[in-house]
Design a protein around this ligand. Structure first.
Ligand code: HEM
Length: 588
């Protein structure tokens, strides 16, 4: 009897022991890792949670892992029972993989899981293949320079005027005190991407209700107290429920991203009433806009298709097509005609690509602009130089005492403006990590290690040579490889000089002759290669317009310490923790 009991106890103990051993992280052979984490079922999770509690900044924690192991490649265990993630902080390897090794490394399944409930079949969440190509084909004409500069720039510009109007009112009411800028910038970029997607005639705006609410206010009703450094709190206006639904869905996305299992979180979220209501409102809005675009297309047809146009599937007629949705409808009509089928304007790919513009376009853009106002407020010299460069380039506008027009901003290439935008992207790190998954059957070699199929690799955009000094050892090891890997420029792209790499310094992007050099040093804010950001051209156009208008009309003063600083938090993108402005209108 006793021996039976002992046997049962031993079996139970053995079961727990082997279960525990089985649940421990299984490192990829050779790749450095934190040894103490490998001995815990939760791996690096406790350390990560500690860091998040202290600083809230996951991006810095990721980089610290490679700095701790003193290696440009390491692995972390943050998925209990799952595979390790590989962290690569070497920018040369990142460039090489993204630009030349897309057959071995593809969009990761992590992205598909994260966005699953929001964008089921959108180009961002698909792996490279026939379906992804079909999605690209559907939307590719939305990013032609002619369409963007002629048709979209005026629509985005109109929204920038709304923002200028709102900030003019707020500046008057704030009386030199700071106020929170995050929501205003968020609304301005949301309106801009909506006007790109649905056209200038899109009736909803998230900025105008705030203008209407505040324009009749008086400073004494808004401001409390006398402290010039105390932030002014402005009341918030209600915005249209369909816009609100789109914004709420983006918020839900952030909650999913922070969940231990995005797939399980989505399953639960999809059952909630609020998610279903928001989705229904968003879908209804998209369908309404699609119907209007189809009607516009029919009217265009009744007026007559431009001669020779009916045969082409490649080019939309930019003279009649004014928004992203018009382009997509036009493409679907022509493809359907070619394939001899009825067009399906509300197909899942169309609905998802359309909403994809909004999701991919507004959080990234607003975050980038938030970083921009912070860097500019803390660097008055840069502001002065930028304003001066804008005034020289838009001399006609200065002479006529007006702001530059949409077409003028869209067509001007002002080296210092380009340099400021690029430096904001480098320092702000809106998208601080590039994701790829090893898809090659036999795995892939990277920086001397073999990574098995199915492992997700994070390329860190804040590593040595990009945002922090690069050690001599690293340069000796990889420096010569850069030239071989990237060809083109003699010796490839050189890392930024260690002396000022951590500083915000737009001048680093200018050549000796004052021209802008996009290849001056390593930075990959939009990713690279075949899966690089689809909306990059739109992003630059929007950035150019909003930043020009902001600098033209306002000077950004420094904010008190507690409302400043560069601490970030990784939601869907890497946002500044606080973003306040202290405005002064520029009168001439
Ligand atoms: C400052 C603003 C923006 C930044 C920093 C940004 C950054 C990025 C990055 C880093 C990627 C991943 C690239 C890669 O994996 O190599 C990406 C993908 C993408 N972006 Fe952007 N983006 C911005 C604005 C936009 C806008 C305005 C749109 C469109 C309206 C857009 C649409 C997309 C799409 C569709 C993808 C997925 C492409 C694919 O996987 O094939 N982005 N973006």
């Amino acid at each position: 009897m006793l021996s039976t009991i002992l046997l049962v106890i031993a079996s139970i103990l053995l079961f727990f022991y082997f279960s525990y051993r089985w649940a421990l992280p299984r490192p990829i052979p050779g790749i450095p890792y934190n040894a103490s984490s490998a001995g815990k079922v939760l791996g690096d999770v406790p350390d990560l949670l500690n860091e998040l509690a202290l600083t809230g900044d996951m991006v810095q924690w990721l980089l610290k892992q490679n700095l701790k192991t003193q290696s440009p490649i390491s692995q972390i265990f943050v998925q209990p029972l799952g595979k390790p993630y590989v962290l690569v902080s070497d920018w040369r390897a990142a460039r090489d993989v993204m630009m030349h090794r897309s057959k071995e490394f593809d969009r990761s399944s992590l992205i598909t899981n994260l966005f699953e409930g929001l964008l089921r079949r959108q180009q961002f969440t698909l792996q490279t293949g026939a379906e992804w190509r079909a999605h690209r084909f559907l939307v590719q004409d939305t990013m032609t320079p002619a369409f963007l500069n002629k048709m979209c720039a005026p629509a985005i510009y109109a929204r920038s005027l709304d923002m200028v109007k709102l900030w003019t009112i707020k500046e008057r009411l704030a009386g030199g005190r700071p106020f929170r800028a995050t929501d205003d910038i968020f609304h301005a970029t949301f309106d801009a991407v909506n006007s790109f997607s649905f056209g200038e005639q899109f009736q909803h705006s998230s900025t105008r209700p705030h203008i209407e609410l505040l324009e009749k206010e008086e400073p004494e009703r808004i401001q409390e107290g006398q402290d010039i450094n105390a932030p002014v709190e402005f009341p918030k206006a209600h915005i249209d429920p369909s816009l609100d639904a789109m914004l709420e869905l983006s918020e839900i996305m952030e909650a999913v991203k922070n969940a231990p299992s995005p797939s399980l979180q989505w399953r639960w979220t999809k059952l909630t009433r609020s998610f279903r209501q928001h989705t229904a409102l968003k879908d209804a809005c998209l369908r309404t806009e699609i119907s209007k675009a189809v009607l516009r297309a029919q009217r265009r047809d009744e007026r007559g298709t431009p001669a020779g146009h009916e045969e082409k599937v490649e080019e939309p007629s930019t003279s009649t097509i004014r928004s992203g949705i018009d382009v997509i409808i036009d493409r679907e009509t022509r493809v359907a005609a070619k394939e001899q089928r009825a067009p399906d304007y509300t197909s899942q790919p169309i609905m998802d690509e359309l909403f994809g513009f909004v999701v991919a376009g507004h959080d990234t853009m607003s975050t980038t602009l938030c970083w921009a106002v912070k860097f500019l407020a803390d660097n008055p010299g840069t502001q002065t130089k930028l304003r001066q460069a804008l005034r020289v380039a838009h001399a006609a506008a200065v002479n006529e005492s007006r702001a530059p027009a949409a077409e003028e901003i869209a067509s001007a290439r002002i080296p210092y403006l380009e340099a400021v935008m690029e430096e904001v992207l480098r320092c702000g790190l809106t998208v601080p990590i590039g994701d790829r998954e090893v898809v090659a059957e036999s795995g892939a070699d990277l920086l001397g290690y073999r990574i098995p199929k199915g492992v997700i690799v994070f390329f860190l955009h804040n590593g040595p040579g990009m945002r922090i000094p690069e050690s001599d050892a690293n340069i000796a090891k990889y420096g010569t490889e850069a030239g071989a890997l990237h060809g083109g420029k003699k010796g490839g792209i050189a890392p930024w000089s260690d002396d000022d790499i951590t500083n915000f310094k737009p001048e680093r992007w200018l050549s000796d002759d004052g021209s802008f050099d996009a290849q001056a040093g390593p930075s990959m804010p939009f990713g690279l290669g075949i899966r690089a950001c689809f909306g990059k051209r739109l992003a630059y156009l929007e950035f150019r317009i909003l930043l020009t208008m902001m600098m033209w009309h306002f000077s950004l003063g420094p904010c008190p310490e507690e409302l400043s600083g560069y601490a970030g938090q990784l939601a869907v993108v890497h946002k500044p923790r606080v973003c306040y402005v202290r405005l002064e209108s520029i009168t001439k």
